[in-house]
Ligand binder design. Structure first.
Ligand code: SF4
Length: 565
């Protein structure tokens, strides 16, 4: 996001600022407000604590997207009367299925693998869930600011002192427009980051404070999904199906999901590991292909696609969680890697992380101590929690998939009987950043082999191009603003990337943001950025083989406007 230098900015002083109004951020706000209220109800000396939540979306929930089958443990612990308070569940899970897909065939597993057993869980829409939670949090005295994108962390004398929100009203050339509004410095005693996977501010802090020292790098997947309105009840409400196999090859981590929602809506998607080898792999196209499988096509035939989106998922597990605290800050939810990749679940863990961060912040406020040693209580709470116990049991789940799907599945099975150790003789399997696994194009396809990616023809009935999915994600950005994808070195795109990898950004972006454009001197191709299409999925920031792409928040309010995703 563009930031003009030398501008007078307003300052907002709060006690705690929370960046991101997803489940982790809202849980942190709720729990902190609850602790303050309980304190004030039983103490003469009252606390006056101001809590602000910043959300980059146009409204709270508009950027909310997930599978989602929710384990209720997190919300039930945070808010025991969550169902009585009208939490918008679609349905309890009524039926579980697990299919292995070959191109023309499916094999349904006679018994469910334990991590995928969903009895007791709920099909939900994450967007609707946070839309329900936000007013509850607001009524507790928390200030919720939608359309406020935090663009950077304020670091002063080695400690985090709050965040700066992005300037609004800057044109594509970096000049102020008539509606210019400078960003605000939100200064806080404690800053809690809950900005989702591959968070911009988390990335800044990870660089400044070396938060991944001694850890495995985080690895991600991208989930591409659509909602379909069906003409009849052919897919039952509450039914949950997970698939492995086709169209992904044996080297690629991932699988599909199909969930039955209310009103004959089916939630269908494909998760693709962002540690794939094939440099021309296109997750959106693989998902479109997935829908043509003979066991899936009949589920959708005669239906209408009503919504679409994409989002990254942190898959690395326990050993890929960064140090989650420091001087003046805490990191929660997907930003800190609270996701159980084996169960495909993170909402309950995100809520738990927000709750533990709130308890830590509350004690810091009582002690008037915001040092790293005080805020380290958060890691101690985590280590003693059920969240840690759950993640520990899957601590080596993802790493073995680096050696292919079969190795990963054997390791996952071993993990079940060894309490999570799997192949890890000394407990821990090393992991590597996903982009490092991508192979050079000649090596992958062979020097004499043609390697144009196979381009699928979309029929606009069952299968759709990227732009149609962007439209159905309600994606909208102000056009006259600087692009929010920063490419540090476009010379790399023209020379090394074209030669070595065939410009993977033209393939991996599910929103067709990167389009090949011939340079003026005809030397090669650079990406033309259709940034207004962007789903904010972060795939490009993660999977670019040279790591020269940085996703930064666009002008606040821009992005998808997800409905029921
Ligand atoms: Fe995702 Fe990057 Fe494409 Fe935006 S530009 S949709 S963040 S891959």
């Amino acid at each position: 996001m563009a930031e003009l230098p030398g501008i007078d900015r307003e300052t907002l002083d709060v006690d705690v600022v929370i960046v991101g109004a997803g489940p982790a951020g809202l849980a942190a706000a709720y729990r902190l407000a609850e602790l303050v209220k309980a304190h004030n109800d039983s103490n003469e000396k009252k606390l006056e604590i101001s809590i602000a939540v910043l959300e980059k979306g146009k409204e709270i929930g508009s950027h909310g997207i997930s599978g989602a089958v929710m384990d209720p443990r997190g919300i039930a612990e945070l808010m025991p009367d969550w169902l009585e308070r009208g939490c918008p569940i679609e349905s309890p899970v009524t039926d579980d299925g697990f299919w292995y897909l070959f191109e023309k065939l499916k094999i349904a597993a006679p018994i469910m693998p334990p991590p995928l057993q969903n009895h007791g869980n709920y099909v939900i829409s994450l967007g609707e869930f946070v839309r329900w939670m936000a007013p509850i949090v607001g009524e507790m005295g928390v200030d919720l600011f939608a359309e406020f994108a935090a663009s950077r962390v304020l670091v002063e004398e080695g400690r985090v002192a709050g965040v700066r929100t992005g300037d609004k009203g800057i044109d594509k050339n970096g000049q102020v427009k008539a509606n210019f509004e400078p960003g605000v410095d939100v200064r806080a005693k404690v800053t809690i980051l809950a900005e989702g996977p591959r968070g911009t501010l988390t990335k800044q802090l990870a660089g400044t404070f070396d938060l991944y020292e001694g850890k495995n790098p985080q690895v991600y997947s991208v989930g591409v999904k659509e909602l379909w309105q069906l003409p009849d009840d052919r897919f039952a409400l509450g039914r949950v199906v997970h698939t492995l196999g086709w169209p992904l090859d044996g080297d690629t981590f991932g699988g599909g999901f199909i969930y039955g929602m209310k009103d004959r809506i089916v939630d269908i998607g494909l998760v693709v590991g962002l540690d794939y080898r094939n440099p021309t792999l296109d997750p959106h196209q693989e998902f479109q292909r997935y829908k043509t499988h003979p066991s899936i096509r009949p589920l959708l035939e005669g239906g209408t696609m009503i919504s679409a989106g994409a989002k990254a998922i942190p898959e690395g597990g326990y050993y890929s969680m960064p140090r989650m605290h420091g001087e003046g800050f805490l990191i929660t939810g997907d930003s800190a890697g609270y996701l159980n990749g084996a169960r495909l679940k993170g909402i309950h863990l995100g809520i738990k992380s927000g709750s533990m961060a709130a308890e830590t912040a509350f004690h810091a406020l009582l002690n008037e101590d915001y040092s790293a040693s005080q805020l380290g209580e958060y890691e101690a709470l985590f280590e003693a929690s059920w969240a840690r116990e759950e993640l520990w049991k899957q601590r080596n789940f993802h790493q073995a998939f680096e050696y292919g799907q079969l190795a990963g599945l054997i390791n996952a099975g071993l993990g079940i009987v060894t309490g999570g150790r799997g192949y890890g003789v000394m407990n821990r399997l090393e992991g590597h950043a996903g982009h490092e696994r991508m192979e050079r194009i000649q090596r992958y396809f062979g020097a004499d082999h043609p390697h144009p990616p196979e381009t699928m023809k979309f029929d606009n009935t069952l299968t759709f191009d990227k732009v149609t999915d962007v439209y159905n994600g309600g994606v909208l950005h102000e056009e006259n603003q600087p692009a929010h994808l920063l490419i540090a070195d476009t010379e790399v795109c023209i020379t090394r990337c074209t030669e070595e990898y065939g410009n993977p950004c033209f393939h991996f972006c599910p929103a067709q943001v990167y389009e090949p454009q011939l340079t003026a001197d005809g030397r090669g191709k650079v990406p033309f950025l259709n940034f207004t299409n962007c789903f904010h999925c972060k795939t490009c920031d993660i999977m670019d083989p040279y790591q020269v792409i940085t996703w930064v928040p666009p002008e606040a309010g821009g992005g998808p406007n997800y409905k029921k995703l």
